[in-house]
Design a protein around this ligand. Structure first.
Ligand code: ASP
Length: 280
């Protein structure tokens, strides 16, 4: 059993050591709780559990405390992929829900599995997800002051390997911040979140770069074809570099290889694999 989570890139507070420490502590606590949860649950249940905790923490740009789009609205995107069944589901630009990853999870058994905007919201309400305002005073102040600018970071994700050898991945984001309303993030696409029986990957970074590189699905495909996770990621990041792409990934393989790589060295992440590791 293994788990790895990330809290995206460290940006708006890159020089603020207190926030950095708070993010590391939050990741450490969430990965520890999620590893305990994994003892009794599947990888699929665990990635929803872990990402829900990350969405509830206003330090991160997912769920509560998400970035605000240029029209003043928060629109959330999240996805989940079950490596065992190879089913992918997600929500794109959903408003007014607390846990977009849980709505994504609910969609996993539907015929129509990726919903956007109003359709996603209608589905959420029909399935008992109540109104929730994800805006925090800090994000509103950043928005008003336009301090966030383009490129706000702090997306969250999780990959888990359970006792049955099954993998799952989930990713959730508030997007880049100040983007054109309804811009589509990579987080609810197979470029940003992907898993099969061989590997699972969750990405963060500039969504457009991640989509251009088809990053998560490409790394998983390379592992499926025989690469180690590290060599699959390294090759994919070399390709990303060709167009100066900005991204970071976390991943696990069915053989138990855990790996993280980023194009810029300030991504925050933590893993639990017998021992706790917290990094940024
Ligand atoms: N990948 C996210 C997006 O482009 C943002 C991030 O990971 O920071 O929407």
């Amino acid at each position: 059993m293994k788990i790895i989570i990330h809290g995206g890139f460290f940006s708006e507070s890159a020089t603020n050591q207190e926030t950095k420490k708070a993010k590391q502590e939050a990741l450490s606590s969430i990965v520890t709780r999620s590893y305990t949860f994994l003892q009794e649950h599947t990888a699929l249940e665990t990635v929803v559990f872990a990402v829900s905790l990350l969405e509830s923490d206003p330090l991160f740009n997912a769920g509560l405390g998400s970035q605000i789009q240029s029209d003043g609205k928060v629109r959330l995107s999240a996805s989940i992929m079950d490596g065992k069944t190879q089913r992918f589901s997600g929500v794109i630009n959903i408003e007014d829900v607390e846990h977009p990853v849980q709505v994504s999870s609910k969609l996993l058994n539907e015929d129509d599995r990726v919903l956007s905007g109003e359709g996603a919201l209608d589905f959420a309400r029909e399935n008992g997800f109540e109104y929730f305002d994800p805006v925090t005073a800090q994000r509103r102040a950043e928005y008003e002051a336009k301090r966030g600018g383009r490129g706000g970071k702090g997306t969250v994700g999780c990959v888990a390997l359970d006792r049955y050898g099954n993998l799952a991945a989930a990713t959730s984001t508030g997007g880049k911040g100040f983007e054109i309303p309804c811009r589509v993030s990579d987080s609810a696409t197979v470029a940003g979140n992907f898993a099969n029986q061989h590997a699972g990957i969750s990405c963060t970074g500039v969504g457009e770069d991640i989509v251009s590189a088809s990053l998560a699905s490409k790394i998983v495909t390379r592992v499926t074809d025989g690469f180690s996770l590290e060599s699959a990621a390294k090759k994919s990041f070399l390709e990303l570099k060709e167009f100066d792409g900005f991204a970071g990934i976390i991943g696990i393989t069915s053989a138990g290889e855990i790996y993280h790589q980023d194009s810029h060295s300030y991504m925050v992440w933590a893993s639990f694999d017998v021992n706790l590791q917290v990094f940024n």
